[in-house]
Design a protein around this ligand. Structure first.
Ligand SMILES: Cc1cc2nc3c(=O)[nH]c(=O)nc-3n(C[C@H](O)[C@H](O)[C@H](O)COP(=O)(O)OP(=O)(O)OC[C@H]3O[C@@H](n4cnc5c(N)ncnc54)[C@H](O)[C@@H]3O)c2cc1C
Length: 230
């Protein structure tokens, strides 16, 4: 390879799941020139299969919904569940950083639904609260432009006729397809197919790909720099 073929980056991130994309977006937001490497032909990793729920105690969305929470309550909850495995240093790091992480991504445009009615799994444990979980909000798959075909498909086991189980608005259109012009229209059908199959779990990846690589979400042109160089 001669010098003309070489590219220089401030930050090279390996892996295009939630961890990699989070690092890449954080770097890009800090003004770094970022390359994200992915070894497979599709980006998204296990994250693209996942439900995408994040457990973020004391988060700002819950506070806006009027829910009570605190670092102390969250620490109490974890301490009761972790038992001998309670690691104060790591727990403090998580409790401090997780709400900041969510705010950073909200500020950067990540579409997230608050879940004010979702309680902690162990609601009987001291310190348990509602609203700590947040879920990815559907975004239109076209945000990825031509990159859409490179996003990892969801698992067949978690889809119905290509529609993700749990992708609310898209499943509603599907169920109403013989009763509503809106649901039956090709535009909605197209949106349903793509959005249902590819946005809910892939929201973070989709958003991150757009943020790191694309100048604007409206543009459907291929980014100048490759997403995958691995
Ligand atoms: C059905 C399902 C539902 C889930 N639901 C949730 C949920 O609601 N909430 C939750 O918190 N967790 C959930 N999980 C777990 C969650 O998905 C994973 O913990 C998370 O996605 C892991 O993210 P990651 O970035 O560490 O790894 P991944 O998303 O797997 O990404 C790793 C990426 O790195 C790439 N890679 C690996 N080695 C190299 C290399 N040498 N060079 C270049 N690229 C490389 C891989 O190909 C992959 O794309 C769920 C999991 C499943 C399967």
């Amino acid at each position: 390879m001669d010098d003309a073929d070489q590219e220089t980056f401030d930050l090279i991130v390996v892996g295009s799941g939630a961890a990699g994309f989070s690092a890449a977006v954080t770097g890009a937001k800090a003004g770094l020139d970022v390359a994200l490497l992915e070894k497979t032909e599709h980006f998204g990793g296990t994250t693209a299969y996942s439900g995408g729920f994040m457990w973020v105690p004391n988060n700002s969305l819950a506070a806006k919904a009027g829910l009570r929470d605190s670092v102390e309550d969250a620490r109490t909850y974890i301490r009761h569940l972790a038992g001998d495995h309670f690691d104060p240093e790591r727990v403090e790091a998580y409790l401090t950083q997780a709400p900041q992480m969510l705010d950073l991504f909200l500020e950067a445009g990540l579409c997230v639904n608050p879940e004010p009615y979702a309680g902690d799994f162990h609601s009987e444990v001291p310190g348990a609260r509602r609203g700590r979980a947040v879920s990815p909000a559907p975004v239109h798959a076209s945000i990825l432009g031509q990159r859409l075909s490179e996003l990892r498909e969801p698992l067949p086991e978690t889809t119905f006729l290509g529609i993700r189980i749990g992708s609310g608005p898209d499943m509603q259109h599907f169920m109403n397809v013989t009763r509503s012009w809106k649901s039956a229209s090709p535009r909605e059908g197209k949106r349903s197919k793509s959005a249902a199959a590819r946005t809910c779990a892939g929201t973070a990846s989709s958003f991150a790909a757009a943020s790191v690589q694309r100048p604007s979400p409206e543009s459907d042109t291929r980014p100048e720099k490759p997403l995958s160089a691995g």
